[in-house]
Design a binder for this molecule. Structure first.
Ligand code: F6R
Length: 603
């Protein structure tokens, strides 16, 4: 996730571009840059670091009435000055900012290099200015060159471009958000409304396939072929202060709601349901064929995702364990060079996890990190890194990054199993289409959830229990962790079958039990839930609509009927919503729970 801003109008664009970037920093903050048009062509200023650092480094005030800016969250290439946006062609005739992923960038880059175009970054984005320049060199006018270039891109994008000497911005949207802001004689393009809310509240939301041409006389809305389309403006009723959270009261709710997008980004270009293939291009075929054992190390929510990944691997026939990173120094199982140690960490900076990673390296294991942050310590220190592409997560409680971690670990697990066995696991054919439909299934949960009502009904409970079996177990642990950290109420997660081995003593009519059904021996989980219900506990079943548990339970949180490898992720979204609404009712500081920090850099 990155932030885009563009501005055309009278007067200097610099201030509104920098304000826009500051307002968008929640979308990415590892590098930033701007480009403005002035009498002597396009002037680009960009660097790694925060917008504040860019501002300080600009020095001589830049002048220009047209400009673009970008704040980056790295997906291709680390957060260096060279990889920061805007990107240009060699002669700086074309400047481009981009949010999303260009899937066919490698092929485009190869073709452009063969035609003599020289690249200076490791990003997928840089193909776009070169491609536009390629068509300008072929004699096309700027608008046609832009359209031709866009037509060749595969993947997700929101793009804004400008060409030297023109008072015009060109923009296109496919899968990544882009909005137009309209004020008398001044026009903005941005990833999100907060970028320009200080200047205008009149907004047009672009749709996939839209191409716009903006100059000081107005905005032309067209489809990719240049046919005019109608888009109407709306007035947004937002307080600029609140706008970093968009229309949401809390970043946590915003991030829960972002999961259809963040999951789509996580799997983009990495699965090929038509050919039943996992396309993790980061790894050559056979990369993992020598791996005998996999050890996951992680903390907190990332540990729950690691446990999820470990169960997937065991079920696929690969020996695997998930270990708390902070226990690794005292209880690490033996490793050798056929052991793969996978550090799962959203931030890539958790001290406990880094320490386990370093220990594994010292003991000769192969290492890999699954992380959200390109350029993080874990990404730099592990032998390999696989990025979950969830975008920045501001709320202290991890939400969207858990689902992205679990999905990426599911893909990685299937890939490791394929490499070791020399053929894809038998169930991959049915799993991949279900995986492709996950963003839609999460949307359905978000649209129809009864979580708010259930949180209210059980507001005065003494404790909250979460049970699950198989892949439902890490989800039960995660449901309880989320609940306790943001509500400050007592919550515990158990393997369903463990309830009768002790915890049942805690169960009363004042302890609701959330039972997660993933399709793995559900009849046993239902029996365990009934054992709690018999002792007076209300049972909330998290399961599909036609599941037998619906008849038995006191409450129901619905999820789609999907593959057991994925059902827990839908259940987790329901549980995130329950925790959120329960904490909201208690008026807790949801985004910053007491005593907790987003990144724990001490052991
Ligand atoms: C809980 C939470 C923490 C983190 C843990 C590890 O909501 O966010 O439990 O999961 O501190 O952090 P990372 O994933 O950055 O290593």
């Amino acid at each position: 996730m990155c932030g885009i801003i563009g501005r055309v109008g009278d007067g200097n664009a610099l201030e509104s571009l920098l304000t826009g970037l500051e307002n968008l920093e929640y979308r990415g903050y590892d590098s930033a840059g701007i480009a403005v048009q002035n009498g002597s062509g396009i002037n680009v200023q960009k660097r790694s670091g925060k917008v504040e650092e860019l501002k300080e480094s600009i020095g001589e005030p830049l002048r220009g009435e047209v400009g673009i800016g970008h704040t980056r969250w790295s997906t291709h290439g680390p957060p260096t000055d060279a990889n920061a946006h805007p990107h240009t062609d060699e002669s700086e005739d074309v400047a481009v900012v981009h949010n999303g992923i260009i899937e066919n960038y490698a092929a485009l880059r190869e073709r452009l290099v063969a035609n003599g175009y020289a690249f200076s970054s490791e990003t997928d984005t840089e193909v776009i200015p070169h491609l536009i320049q390629y068509y300008l060199d072929a004699g096309l006018d700027s608008e046609t060159a832009f359209r031709q270039a866009i037509d060749e891109l595969e993947g997700n994008y929101a793009i804004t471009a400008m060409v030297s000497g023109e008072h015009v911005l060109y923009a296109a949207r496919q899968g990544s958000p882009l909005v137009v802001g309209i004020e008398d004689g001044e026009y903005f393009l941005a990833s999100d409304v907060p970028a320009f809310l200080e200047y205008t509240d009149s907004v047009v939301y672009l749709e996939d396939g839209d191409v716009v041409v903006v100059d000081e006389d107005g905005v032309e809305f067209t489809d990719l072929d240049g046919n005019p389309i109608t888009r109407t403006s709306e007035t947004v009723d937002w307080d600029p202060e609140q706008a970093g959270k968009g229309a949401y009261d809390h970043f946590m709710l915003k991030e829960i709601t972002e999961q259809p997008t963040s999951l789509a980004q996580a799997i983009e270009g990495r699965i090929d349901p038509t050919n039943s293939r996992i396309a993790l291009s980061d790894f050559e075929p056979g990369t993992f064929e020598e791996i005998d054992t996999v050890q996951f190390v992680a903390c907190g929510t990332s540990y729950h995702a690691a446990l999820y990944g470990s169960l997937i691997l065991n079920q696929a026939g690969v020996r695997s364990t998930a270990l708390l990173a902070n226990e690794y120094s005292v209880s690490a199982p033996p490793t050798d060079d056929d052991t793969l140690v996978i550090a799962v960490t959203q931030s890539g900076e958790t001290a406990d996890t880094l320490s386990a990673l370093r220990q594994a390296t010292a003991e000769g294991a192969r290492t890999l990190t699954v992380t959200n942050v390109v350029g993080s310590t874990a990404a730099r220190e592990a032998d390999d890194a696989l990025f979950i592409r969830a975008g920045p997560e501001i709320g202290v409680a991890a939400t969207k990054t858990f689902s992205s971690q679990a999905v990426i670990l599911t893909l990685l697990g299937q890939r490791i199993a394929s490499d070791r066995q020399g053929e894809p696991p038998a169930d991959l054919e049915s799993l991949l289409p279900e995986l492709a439909s996950m963003p839609g299934a999460i949307d359905d949960v978000l649209d129809d959830s009864d979580a708010a009502a259930i949180a209210e009904r059980y507001e005065d409970s003494q404790a909250y229990f979460f049970i699950g079996r198989g892949l439902g177990y890490p989800v039960a642990l995660e449901g309880a962790l989320k609940f306790k950290e943001i509500t400050y109420e007592h919550a515990e997660g158990f393997a369903s079958g463990e309830l009768k081995h002790g915890p049942l003593a805690l169960v009363t009519p004042a302890t609701p039990v959330f039972a997660i059904f993933t399709g793995e021996e559900d009849e046993k989980t239902l029996k365990n839930a009934e054992e709690a219900q018999t002792r007076g506990a209300p049972v909330v079943a998290v399961c599909p609509a036609d599941h037998p548990a619906v008849e038995v339970a006191d409450e129901h949180l619905e999820i789609a009927d999907t593959d057991p490898d994925l059902a827990g992720l839908l259940a987790n979204v329901q549980l995130q919503l329950v925790s959120y609404h329960a904490a909201d009712l208690l008026d807790r500081p949801i985004d910053k729970p007491r005593n907790l920090a987003k990144s724990v850099t001490v052991e």
